[in-house]
Design a protein around this ligand. Structure first.
Ligand SMILES: *Cc1c(COP(=O)(O)O)cnc(C)c1O
Length: 377
């Protein structure tokens, strides 16, 4: 059986050169400390990238998780509150709810986008009518059904915290993901569509909210000649060096998106004769195709782990779909709301896998990966 001598990874950083120029400038000016011109520039350039009808205020932070934490705080989540959360997502979407002493209620996915099901969300409001915050993620760069979800939230007077960590540059009806909620975030972690080596950004239309988050992110220092504290703060800011990498990457975001789309289409075409489908997206949205995923048809006697193991033998990285939060031991006491008797997220987890989606993978390499997948069926 063929085996790649060089590993084919799931998704790794792709650098271009401008990143180093921004970093070099930080070194040349001895501006290594947090904050500084690269942070300011990165925030401004991200604001420009995301801007639609409304201005977006951005705050560069040390991780996407830190950004979610501050978004959850801005949304007013307090001890004992209930927060409706995407069930199938990375744990970082939902962990900050626990940091604030609140409790997640997980909302099942739907099959059309694999994201939070607006029907299940409505059902959750019937059971927990006092809930005021919904934390939603766009899985693998495919936008959720935002019109329906926003309508449910508006009806119940709830705020959306949008986790667009995987969805930067994806659009829904022409609007950028990361601009739909009241408080939104993206991530620049190493495997995301662009990376700063690690980092995140809080995004909001409210300048005052951005400034409040900045205050919390810089140790909640009150204005005084001495260190004066009236609230608990955090050390969450992005460093000026890291922001330089992010600025360089942002110049190549659309190029990365186009390369990811090509990968998705090549899989879709190459796997079309197998009993599988690709991760879906709604007609009104344009995903960023961050990760290409595949769902094995029901009743087929091939499991995701069979395919993952075969790929691993060939030195190719593939992974299971995010394991739903309601199946995680740490959340065993949390409620889970789904429309029917069976969990959609659990079904997708049982039948799906993430395929290598690194944009440095050549067409020849990807075709070889496709042949290996075919040999599993
Ligand atoms: C990566 C990711 C995060 C966390 O971002 P970090 O920058 O790694 O803290 C949060 N939510 C989702 C859905 C992610 O994929």
């Amino acid at each position: 059986m063929m085996r790649f001598t060089k590993r084919i990874p799931l998704s790794t950083p792709t650098m271009h050169g401008e990143e180093m120029q921004f970093v070099q400038e930080a070194f040349d000016k001895n501006w290594i400390a947090p904050l500084g011109f690269n942070c300011d520039g990165f925030e401004k350039e991200m604001s420009e990238y995301l801007a639609g009808d409304k201005e977006q205020h951005c705050l560069a932070l040390c991780s996407g998780t830190a950004a979610i934490h501050l978004a959850i705080k801005l949304a007013g989540v307090k001890q004992g509150d209930t927060v409706f959360c995407s069930d199938t997502t990375f744990a970082a979407t939902v962990n900050p709810v626990s940091y604030e002493g609140a409790k997640q209620v997980f909302i099942d996915s739907e099959y059309e986008t694999w994201n939070m099901d607006p029907v299940a969300l409505e059902k959750a409001f019937q059971k927990y009518p006092d809930t005021k915050v919904v934390a939603l993620a766009h899985l693998y760069g495919s936008p959720a059904k935002m019109d329906e979800i926003l309508a449910v939230c508006e009806k119940h007077g709830a705020i959306v915290v949008e986790d667009a960590a995987e969805a930067l540059s994806a659009t829904y009806k022409g609007r950028q993901c990361g601009t739909f909620g009241k408080y939104n975030i993206v991530s620049f972690n190493g495997n995301k569509i662009i990376t700063s080596s690690g980092g995140g950004m809080l995004i909001t239309e409210e300048k005052a909210a951005r400034d409040k988050a900045l205050f919390w992110a810089t140790q909640a220092r009150e204005q005084a000649p001495h260190y004066q504290h009236e609230e608990i703060g955090y050390n969450y800011r992005m460093s000026n060096v890291v922001a330089g990498i992010g600025r360089g990457q942002l110049l190549h975001l659309d190029e990365h998106r186009a390369a990811k789309e090509k990968i998705y289409k090549r899989y879709k075409d190459g796997l079309k004769d197998l009993p599988v489908t690709m991760n879906p997206f709604a007609a009104e949205s344009t995903p960023n195709f961050w990760l290409s995923c595949m769902l094995i048809d029901e009743g087929v006697d091939v499991s995701p782990m069979d395919v993952i193991k075969r790929l691993e033998e060939a030195n190719v990285e593939a992974r299971p779909i995010w394991k739903p939060m309601h199946m995680q031991p740490v959340f065993k006491d949390n409620d889970f709301i789904s429309v029917g008797d069976k969990s959609v997220g659990e079904d997708i987890f049982n039948r799906g896998l993430c395929l290598p989606s690194d944009i440095k993978m050549t067409a020849e390499e990807q075709n070889a990966v496709i042949e290996i997948i075919k040999s599993c069926f």
